[in-house]
Design a protein around this ligand. Structure first.
Ligand SMILES: C[S@@+](CC[C@H](N)C(=O)[O-])C[C@H]1O[C@@H](n2cnc3c(N)ncnc32)[C@H](O)[C@@H]1O
Length: 266
């Protein structure tokens, strides 16, 4: 069941790395100052995309605790982080409710492509635990509900609206997900805990050379839209076929809006 997710995470890793707001990583490096080794917690680490990005940039030595519920993804992570020359403890566990002990002694709490899946209560708990540990935080590639497709199709806005409704469903992380509201809600939760918060865009800019990720994205959007309005399945399929034709003809450009957030205690 996690194989398709693994393929998706592999597909998106380079788009995520290109999109990330480097300035926020540099900001966190300054905040970490002389802390050595750096103790880092990566939540919902999946196959380790965030670890591979940050391991090359954060000061060394690094001690990582990485957590996910999927054994398939964690096995892949183990294989693909073995050459990074970092200390890494891999833990398989459900993060439906956050266990405070994960945070103890961490200088940095981070996650990639996670915050739009979680509820406001979960974000409040995340901010509280991070603060109790005195940790800085860096959250990257949080979907913000904005996207655009070129060439445009008349149904693009409607499909995006259906997708954004789907994004608010409960994903098993503390209740109905924040979805497109996650960037603003997380900024508020960390500010309420006394954090200084900085945000920056990390949009995917996908062109004709990104045809595989574009195809999977359009299929995913169509599936989500169908789940929200099954009575319009045939109109959604029609839209999907036109978008896939644009991709096959190498004329499709898609922007997907994401935000990155860094926060630290004064
Ligand atoms: C969109 S993926 C992001 C993975 C990784 N951070 C990345 O950027 O490639 C979301 C991750 O959340 C994990 N996840 C979802 N619900 C979870 C839960 N309740 N407990 C632990 N992990 C969960 C999934 O297994 C998946 O790895």
């Amino acid at each position: 069941m996690d194989e398709p997710l693994l393929q998706w995470l592999r597909l998106r890793e380079s788009a995520d790395a290109r999109a990330r707001a480097d300035a926020l990583t540099r900001r966190i490096i300054r905040v970490l100052a002389a802390r050595r080794p750096v103790h880092i917690l990566d939540l919902a680490t999946g196959a380790g995309s965030n670890v591979r990005y940050l391991a090359l940039r954060l000061p060394r030595p690094q001690r990582w605790l990485v957590v996910d519920r999927s054994g398939v993804l964690l096995a892949d992570l183990r294989a693909r982080t073995a050459n990074l020359d970092i200390d890494i403890e891999v833990r398989k566990m459900d993060l439906g409710s956050l266990d405070g002990s994960l945070f103890e002694g961490r200088h940095l709490v981070t996650a990639s492509a996670l915050l739009d899946l979680v509820s406001e209560a979960w974000l409040r708990s995340l901010a509280r635990h991070s603060r109790a540990a005195g940790a800085a935080v860096l959250f990257t590639i949080t979907y913000n509900g904005r996207s655009s497709c070129d060439p445009a199709e008349p149904e693009d806005d409607w499909i995006r609206e259906l997708l954004n409704r789907h994004q608010k469903r409960d994903k098993g992380l503390g209740g109905p997900a924040e979805g497109p509201d996650a960037p603003a809600t997380s900024a508020r939760c960390f500010a309420d805990e006394g954090y200084l918060v900085e945000r920056a865009p990390s949009n995917w800019q996908l062109g004709p050379d990104d045809s595989a990720i574009q195809r999977t994205l359009i299929d995913g959007w169509a599936e989500a839209a169908r789940e929200v309005e099954p009575e319009h399945a045939s109109a959604i399929q029609d839209w999907r076929e036109r978008r896939i034709a644009h991709i096959n003809e190498r004329r499709s450009h898609i922007i997907v809006g994401h935000d990155d957030l860094a926060a630290w205690l004064p």
